[in-house]
Design a protein around this ligand. Structure first.
Ligand SMILES: Cc1cc2nc3c(=O)[nH]c(=O)nc-3n(C[C@H](O)[C@H](O)[C@H](O)COP(=O)(O)O)c2cc1C
Length: 334
């Protein structure tokens, strides 16, 4: 067990915030695999301040997924503080307030938000001080190592955040310019936690158990953050947790298990968003559950081109030939 301010966190695998993916259904689906902490998708402070109804939907959270952080993004102190006041007045279920200081998307950075803050650490300090004062919950921040390879300033940004009273920092070990490709620079973050006064969560290319072990060993972070690596592979969270607790390496999930996970996630997404929208979103994620299993090409094509209802999803999955399942045991479990 470790703590973020007064908030207790059990376990060392954090589910990354991912816009377009980590909605309430996805988070509730992932939680039982051993997720220690979840975040909402990033939420625009101005969206809240200017009463955009769509923005308010992102605030939905539940008891089941706690502890949960609401993640805000914004480029100015005034709107960030106003958004926090709105959140405070709504009496929502949440445990932490996270500020996104890592989003690399131009439509976000051009407003001074996301990773554009990395370029102005002094202003960031003042802003985060105001954010910490405005929030009744512990404040956390998610950063990158710098804007580009010539302006890496992760230590300076961490110092500013710590001084401002932030209770935990998640570091994505890439620069803004790298967006989501190129290697995360873990060597730069060697023993980083020893140099910090608040807990550290580490992010960047966590696709396997060994990626997680490596990232934790190098940085000494309290926890690792799984993002793209767990999309369609929720069992990765269990594998990491189990290894960190007992040293046991659990085998990968079987195809039968993956299909079960996909169906269960689909049901939750349909319940949250209605069938039309949920199926549209599932077209983007369903195929991830089948990655690495041979002979799945026609199934993946069907999922992306023929699926229009939940019934279609089930029918497509139920038509997977028995030969695709590697052992008799798996076929029997169907
Ligand atoms: C589609 C997508 C959406 C993301 N949205 C957010 C977000 O809303 N807030 C945030 O702090 N990070 C966001 N991230 C960054 C992830 O949280 C994570 O730090 C990053 O993907 C690196 O981890 P990975 O290489 O293991 O995927 C997003 C990443 C992806 C791929």
């Amino acid at each position: 067990m470790w703590k973020i301010g007064s908030v207790k966190v059990q376990g060392r695998v954090v589910l990354a915030p991912m816009a377009g993916y980590t909605n309430l259904a996805y988070r509730e689906f992932m939680k039982p695999f051993g997720v220690a902490l979840t975040y909402t998708e990033m939420i625009s402070d101005c969206g809240l301040v200017y009463k955009n109804q769509e923005t308010y939907r992102y605030l939905a959270t539940s008891e089941k997924e706690r502890p949960i952080g609401i993640q805000l993004f914004g480029g100015r102190t005034s709107t960030l503080v106003k958004a926090i006041e709105i959140i405070e007045s709504m009496h929502l279920t949440y445990d932490l307030l996270d500020i996104n200081l890592g989003c690399p998307m131009p439509k976000v950075t051009k407003t001074g938000a996301g990773s554009a803050w990395l370029k102005r650490p002094e202003e960031l300090y003042e802003t985060m001080k105001a954010v910490v004062t405005a929030s009744s919950k512990p404040v956390t921040a998610k950063i990158r190592i710098g804007w580009d390879s010539t302006s890496i300033n992760v230590m300076e940004v961490i110092a500013a955040l710590e001084k401002a009273g932030v209770s935990m920092i998640a570091v994505h070990a890439r620069t803004t310019k790298q967006i989501y490709s190129g290697k995360p620079n873990y060597e730069l973050l060697k023993n980083l936690r020893d140099k910090m006064s608040v807990p550290l969560v580490i992010s960047g290319d966590i696709f396997t158990l060994d990626d997680a072990i490596n990232a934790l060993e190098i940085t000494k972070a309290e926890a690792v953050m799984v993002a793209r690596g767990a999309l369609g592979n929720p069992w990765l969270v269990t594998q990491i947790n189990e290894y960190l607790k007992t040293g046991v390496r659990l085998p990968d999930a079987t195809l039968v298990e993956q299909i079960g996970y996909l169906k269960s996630f689909a049901l939750k997404l349909v319940a949250l968003k209605g069938e039309n929208l949920a199926i549209r979103e599932l077209k983007g994620i369903a195929t991830h559950f089948l990655i690495g299993f041979p002979g799945m090409k026609p199934v993946k094509v069907a999922l992306t081109t023929k699926m229009t209802t939940l019934r279609d999803l089930y029918a497509i999955l139920d038509e997977i030939p028995k030969t695709a399942f590697t052992t008799n045991n798996e076929v029997n479990k169907l």
